[in-house]
Design a protein around this ligand. Structure first.
Ligand code: NAD
Length: 313
């Protein structure tokens, strides 16, 4: 990786990934792209991933050697408009893969724990297992994993990916996923010392703090290809947690924090179709993945950073 183009760069992952990539590889070597008009410190271009020619032209203009394709509709948003999700998630992906094939670029795109479904083993979900998701987002993610493997096998494109769990961060707000409660809870803990969760008590899902997610992407992309047995996509996780676990961790800092529930049936159904806890052994063995933040360490950092951001602590 020397020069990297990032699609969907203004989203929850992109806003932190671009900063870290620019620290590591140089500001001018990271081309951020998204659909919104913004001012940024480094190179930025408006690219709608539905326009494959535009994506090709920008990649060629900057002579990039890597594409990180993040532009997508997330799980809850995809369920609101499944056809649009199919068009953006699959159409955008195939355009980005075509650019990587034509310009011989290294390629990264994230899959998700949403690529699993109700028939997947729920605990210590293996790397290679049943993937029959029941959401449009999950269908897109499984199809995306297969398509990325296909581009590697058929055309030799160096495609790599991870199955991210719910990602927790304070820089950008999440974009409409099922695990968004695990970000909202910290905002509300600081603002009102109280949170009403749309996910039910006892619903366990995998989670990870954004700094670990960003490092995982860079580490996987920097790994010598000869070490990789799998490609699209590696299970990665840092913790398995339910809403009450977040509340318990928050109470170590804000003792009178209260948690109530007002469950959203749509997102609860999605959550229940996902694993409780996935097994990340393959990522550890093949490219040394290791998360640094557990729930308590993440909570301390989130409350401190978010407190400063919201200027209330
Ligand atoms: P996000 O919703 O925060 O950001 C997505 C970005 O894509 C937005 O800035 C949006 O403007 C942009 N976008 C939407 N349509 C576009 C289009 N047609 N052309 C160009 N840009 C477009 O998403 P995120 O959380 O940063 O997720 C990035 C990727 O990681 C997605 O593939 C997502 O499925 C995956 N992922 C995220 C999580 C998570 O918890 N955030 C977990 C698992 C996987």
């Amino acid at each position: 990786m020397r020069k990297i183009l990032v699609t969907g760069a203004l989203g929850q992952i992109g806003s932190e990934l671009v900063t870290k990539l620019r620290d590591n590889y140089g500001v001018d070597n990271v081309i951020a792209t998204d659909i919104k008009e913004v001012k940024t410190d480094g190179p930025y271009e408006i690219v709608n991933v539905m326009d494959g020619d535009r994506l090709f032209d920008v990649a060629k203009k900057y002579e990039v050697d890597t594409v990180m394709h993040l532009a997508a509709l997330l799980s809850a948003k995809a369920e609101e408009n499944p056809k649009r999700a199919w068009d953006i998630n699959m159409g955008g992906l195939v355009h980005a893969l075509e650019v990587a094939r034509e310009l011989d670029l290294q390629f990264f795109t994230p899959s998700s724990i949403g690529s699993f479904g109700p028939s997947t083993p729920k605990d210590l979900t293996p790397q290679d297992t049943i993937q029959r998701p029941t959401t449009m987002y999950g269908v897109n993610k499984v199809a995306g994993e297969l398509l990325c493997d296909y581009y590697f096998e058929r055309f030799g494109v160096d495609t790599r990916g991870v199955r991210f769990p719910g990602l927790i961060s304070y820089v950008a707000l999440p974009g409409g996923g099922t695990t968004d409660y695990a970000v909202d809870i910290y905002y509300e803990a600081i603002k009102t010392k109280s949170y009403t969760s749309f996910i039910a008590e006892g619903t366990y899902m995998d989670m990870m703090y954004m700094p670990d997610a960003v490092l995982a992407i860079i580490q996987l992309m920097e790994t010598d290809a000869s070490k990789l047995i799998h490609r699209n996509a590696f299970n990665v996780t840092a913790m398995s947690a339910a809403p009450e676990d977040f509340a318990k961790a928050i109470r170590k800092h804000i003792p009178d924090f209260t948690l109530q529930y007002d469950v959203d049936p749509v997102r609860q159904k999605i959550a229940e179709s996902w694993p409780n806890h996935i097994d990340a052994t393959a990522a550890k063995e093949e490219w040394g993945f290791k998360a640094e933040y557990d729930l308590d360490r993440m909570t301390a950092d989130m409350l401190e950073k978010l407190g400063k951001k919201l200027k209330m602590i």
